[in-house]
Design a binder for this molecule. Structure first.
Ligand code: NDP
Length: 236
C-alpha cells in the first residue's frame, strides 16, 4: 500500500463533487479539485477543462510538484436529455466527450503519477442508468455504461501497478441542479413509490462511499460498479 498522497477530484466545484471533496478533506486527505471554474469548497482548486488532455497533463504535473498523487476521482459529468429520434448529434458528442472520454483521459493523465507513488485508487462516478432503459436518455445511459466498462478494463490492466478502480453508480441524488424538480409533490410521490428506501439520496452519501473507498484498505475490491440508489435499480 502506498502512503496516502493527494487525491484529485474532477468537478469538485459543486454538487456531488463538492460533497466528495469536503468529505475527503474532513477525513484528513489532501484534495485537489479540477473544474472549469476553479472553485472548491475546501482544499486546493485548479481551473482545468477535464475534456482537454493537455490541460489534464499540465494540471497533474503541477499537483505532483506538491507531493505524490494516490487517488483520482472522475466525477465531472453532464446530463442532456431529449427524444432519441431528434437528439442532436452534437449533444450526443458533448455528453460522451465529458462523461466517457474525459474519464479515459483523466485516468491516462493520473496513471504515471499513481504508478510512481507505488499504486493508488481510481473512483469513477457512473449512474444506475447504466443498466436501465430510460426514455430520452440514450446518450447519458450509453456514457455511463461506458464508464463501468472502462473501470473493468482499468482494474485488469493496471492491477500489476498496484492501481485499483471502482465505479460508484448513484441513483437520484438531490443537488442544486434538481432540487426544485425533486421538491415537486408529484415527482416526490413518484420517487417515494419507486425507491424502496423512500427518498432520493444525498450528495454527502456519495461522498461517504467515495471516502470509504479511498480511506479503507478494500484493495481486493476492484473492477466493480457499486450501486448507491436506495435499491431503485433492483426494484420490481
Ligand atoms: P453538477 O452538474 O452539479 O456538477 C458537475 C461538475 O462537473 C461541476 O463541478 C462542474 O464544474 C464540473 N464540470 C463540468 N464540465 C467540466 C469540464 N469540462 N471540465 C471540468 N469540470 C467540469 O453534477 P452532479 O454533481 O449532479 O453530478 C456529478 C456526477 O455524478 C456526474 O458524473 C453525474 O453524471 C453523476 N450522477 C449524478 C446524479 C444526480 O442525481 N445528481 C445521479 C447519478 C450520477 P464547472 O462548471 O466549474 O466546470
Amino acid at each position: 500500500m502506498p502512503e496516502a498522497g493527494q487525491i484529485v477530484v474532477t468537478g469538485g466545484s459543486r454538487g456531488i463533487g463538492a460533497a466528495i471533496v469536503s468529505q475527503l478533506h474532513d477525513a484528513g486527505h489532501a484534495v485537489v479539485s479540477l473544474s472549469r471554474s476553479g472553485q472548491a469548497p475546501v482544499g486546493t482548486a485548479l481551473a482545468c477543462d477535464v475534456s482537454d488532455a493537455k490541460a489534464l497533463a499540465t494540471a497533474f504535473a503541477e499537483i505532483a510538484e506538491a507531493g505524490p498523487i494516490t487517488g483520482f476521482v472522475a466525477n465531472a459529468g453532464l446530463h442532456l436529455k431529449g427524444p432519441t429520434k431528434s437528439f442532436a448529434a452534437a449533444d450526443y458528442d458533448q455528453v460522451l466527450d465529458l462523461n466517457a472520454k474525459a474519464v479515459f483521459l483523466g485516468a491516462q493523465a493520473a496513471y504515471p503519477h499513481l504508478k510512481a507513488a507505488g499504486g493508488g485508487r481510481i473512483v469513477t462516478l457512473g449512474s444506475f442508468f447504466d443498466r436501465l432503459g430510460v426514455p430520452q436518455n440514450l446518450a447519458y445511459c450509453a456514457s455511463k455504461a461506458a464508464v463501468a466498462a472502462m473501470v473493468r478494463c482499468l482494474a485488469v490492466e493496471w492491477a500489476a501497478d498496484g492501481i485499483t478502480a471502482v465505479n460508484v453508480a448513484p441513483g437520484y441524488i438531490e443537488t442544486d441542479l434538481n432540487k426544485d424538480w425533486l421538491a415537486k409533490p408529484k415527482v416526490r410521490a413518484w420517487l417515494e413509490s419507486r425507491i424502496p428506501v423512500g427518498r432520493a439520496g444525498r450528495a454527502e452519501e456519495v461522498g461517504e462511499l467515495v471516502t470509504l473507498l479511498m480511506t479503507g484498505e478494500l484493495r481486493f475490491l476492484t473492477g466493480e460498479t457499486i450501486y448507491l440508489d436506495g435499491a431503485q435499480g433492483v426494484n420490481h
